[in-house]
Design a protein around this ligand. Structure first.
Ligand code: SAM
Length: 275
């Protein structure tokens, strides 16, 4: 079979079948109009598997009892874009209003970064916590970070970032919490163990049952629900509510508002909701 392949056609039926599979597995809604994107991203999988057509690919997925290819498909179709201290207002809000309520040294405090991608979100939170609680190693403060994408979780667990990814990290924090492990450009830095120890990464498809009992003080689910349709968002937000403590916070992306769905949360400020 040749290595290169002439771009095969993605028919309406094939697109529909693919979008149904993706929706069933992970709630991501691929509306008509996304054919170009789906095709270009899935070409990577066709090439890797040396398949000639999307029908062959769909057949391959059907035969794959491990379900691994379906996951690989979802991984190439999802956007993992993230950054350190993304949407900084959330971290300011936590510092000003939420951390002061967590001052008791024996207080159990739990955060969840749901859809954590390659770790920048939970690690930003961990750094902010280290700054706010110098005795954090003695405290019962933990962050759970989950994602559906195994490749992203692997990156997150390595906790090695190149300098361009770290541009939003202030120099003083870079010096305090990272160690340079490659000096020649592009420089690479590893996050120090004290920060890493606060975060536990686990694979979790948000559409599946959740093994954790909570309750959580704060849940981050930022720039994830944007890919789901309304009924899926509504179910998810209700499940977040059930896992939060009374007075706990749900933080969503700034381009996502809960205003289009019915939910029991109280709006605090853009992208911040309280139970
Ligand atoms: C755009 S990133 C957002 C990362 C981070 N929360 C942020 O705001 O920077 C969206 C992440 O959601 C994950 N995701 C999408 N669908 C998911 C699902 N059904 N279950 C768990 N994670 C999912 C993707 O793998 C991706 O890493």
């Amino acid at each position: 079979m040749p290595d290169t392949l002439v771009s095969p056609e993605l028919t309406k039926r094939q697109f529909q079948q693919i979008s149904e599979q993706v929706y069933r597995l992970c709630g991501i809604y691929l509306p008509a109009g996304k054919e170009g994107l789906v095709k270009s991203r899935l070409m990577k999988r066709l090439r890797a598997l040396r398949l000639q057509s999307f029908d062959q690919y769909l057949h391959y997925i059907e035969q794959d009892r491990s379900g691994q290819e379906l996951v690989a498909m979802v991984e190439v179709l999802t956007t993992n874009k993230t950054s350190f201290f993304r949407e900084a207002q959330h971290f300011d809000y936590l510092r000003r209003y939420v951390f002061p309520t967590m001052r008791h040294p024996s207080q159990r405090v739990r955060f969840w970064s749901a859809g954590c991608s390659s770790g920048e979100e939970p690690f930003s939170l961990a750094i902010v916590l280290c700054e706010a609680f110098p005795d954090i190693a003695q405290r019962d403060i933990r962050i759970l970070a989950t994602d559906i994408a195994t490749r992203m979780l692997q990156k997150a667990r390595e906790a090695i970032y190149e300098q361009d990814v770290l541009r939003e990290v202030p120099a003083i924090l870079l010096q305090k919490y990272f160690t340079c492990i490659r000096y020649q450009p592009p420089r690479a830095y590893r996050l120090n163990d004290t920060v890493r120890a606060l975060v536990r990464f686990a694979r979790l498809n948000l559409m599946d049952p959740w093994p954790m009992k909570g309750p959580f003080d704060v849940i981050f689910c930022r720039n994830v629900m944007i890919y789901f349709d309304r009924p899926t968002q509504q179910r998810l937000v209700q499940r977040f509510w059930e896992l939060l403590k009374p007075g706990g916070y749900l933080l969503v992306g700034h381009s996502e508002s809960l205003s289009a769905i019915v939910h029991p949360f109280r709006y605090v400020q853009p992208a911040v909701y309280v139970k």
